[in-house]
Write a protein that binds this ligand. Structure first.
Ligand SMILES: C[S@@+](CC[C@H](N)C(=O)[O-])C[C@H]1O[C@@H](n2cnc3c(N)ncnc32)[C@H](O)[C@@H]1O
Length: 300
């Protein structure tokens, strides 16, 4: 016999998200990923997680919380975090950053790369890859040599978006913001795809790398970066979590490195000495030293 379909007269009523379960979920999301989920988002939490409850045949949200809060539920906890994050992105989002990057940062970086120095850019919270590929196109268009020691690293907490970014196959609508001449130059048609999907070509793939990384955990990268794009990510964190990030970004940047944030994000005042504002949510690293190790710099 088939299960009753949700909404059919014999289907059980979908479970309610109790205040206790919401508190447990928001506490876990904060502890694991730094996410700040205000009570007003209860409906969003319920809608996004109810699919998980159905799939796992969990009778109610309390049972689901017991699962994700147990050692046996580590994988589901990661899935819960992925379900609660917002992955909206698009190519050349907040294009003014790419203009600042091209005009102010890239001339020196291109000279450095031509002289044999490594150049490293980090897209922290890269979602489906549109941001790192936009950075890569901006660099190549500005004259960055393809054979230089250049990498754009894209990281995200959500393995699904990291895998999507690695596969780099974009349906037509996702490419809407990519100008025609850049599509022609940097993307290849996918055989027999009727919807106009394109795949990032070798020029983009050669200089991009992707990894799963939780920003509030330890960062395994050894070298420093010339620019960090962390846009529309910290907006989902509470203030103490944001405050812990700024000095860590400062430490991860080369002297005179660049930091780009999303339109509603700002470096908090206490970290202002590490960054000078050079445009709308664009910052350049100052020479202020970041203490080698203080509790505020450590991962949560
Ligand atoms: C709205 S998207 C921003 C994508 C891109 N940076 C942009 O501006 O278009 C936010 C991304 O941050 C990621 N994210 C949220 N919390 C994170 C964390 N603790 N560590 C790493 N990435 C995180 C989400 O998975 C999501 O892909």
């Amino acid at each position: 016999m088939r299960d009753p379909q949700p909404g059919s007269p014999s289907a059980p009523a979908p479970p309610e998200l109790t205040a206790t379960a919401l508190a447990r979920i928001t506490e876990l999301a904060h502890r694991e990923a730094g996410l700040h989920i205000p009570p007003a988002k209860a409906a969003m939490v319920r809608t996004r997680l109810i699919r998980r409850l159905r799939l796992l045949r969990c009778g109610d949200f309390d049972a689901y919380c017991d699962l994700v809060d147990s050692p046996a539920g580590r994988d589901e906890l990661a899935t819960m975090i992925s379900s609660l994050t917002t992955n909206v992105s698009h190519f050349f989002r907040e294009n003014h950053h790419f203009e600042v990057f091209r005009a102010k940062a890239l001339p020196a970086l291109i000279d450095a790369a031509r002289g044999g120095r490594r150049v490293r850019i980090w897209s922290a919270g890269c979602s489906n890859g549109q941001e790192p590929y936009s950075i890569a196109m901006t660099m190549l268009e500005a004259g960055m040599p393809r054979d230089a020691d250049v990498r754009v690293l894209g990281t995200d907490i959500d393995p699904n978006v990291v895998n999507f970014a690695k596969a780099a196959q974009y349906p037509g609508p996702m490419l809407a913001n990519v100008p025609d001449h850049l599509r022609d130059r940097y993307f290849d048609p996918i055989d027999a795809d009727p919807d106009g999907a394109l795949a990032a070509g070798s020029a983009l793939r050669d200089i991009t790398r992707f990894r799963v990384l939780n920003l509030i955990s330890a960062w395994p990268m050894r070298g420093q970066f010339d620019a960090i794009f962390c846009r529309n990510v910290v907006i989902y964190f509470d203030q103490p979590t944001q405050d812990r990030l700024w000095p860590r970004f400062a430490r991860a940047l080369n002297p005179d490195g660049w930091l780009f944030l999303g339109h509603s994000e700002r470096v908090s005042e206490h970290a202002g000495r590490f960054f000078r504002s050079v445009g709308i949510t664009a910052y350049e690293r100052t020479s202020a030293e970041v203490p080698a190790s203080t509790p505020e710099l450590e991962p949560q």
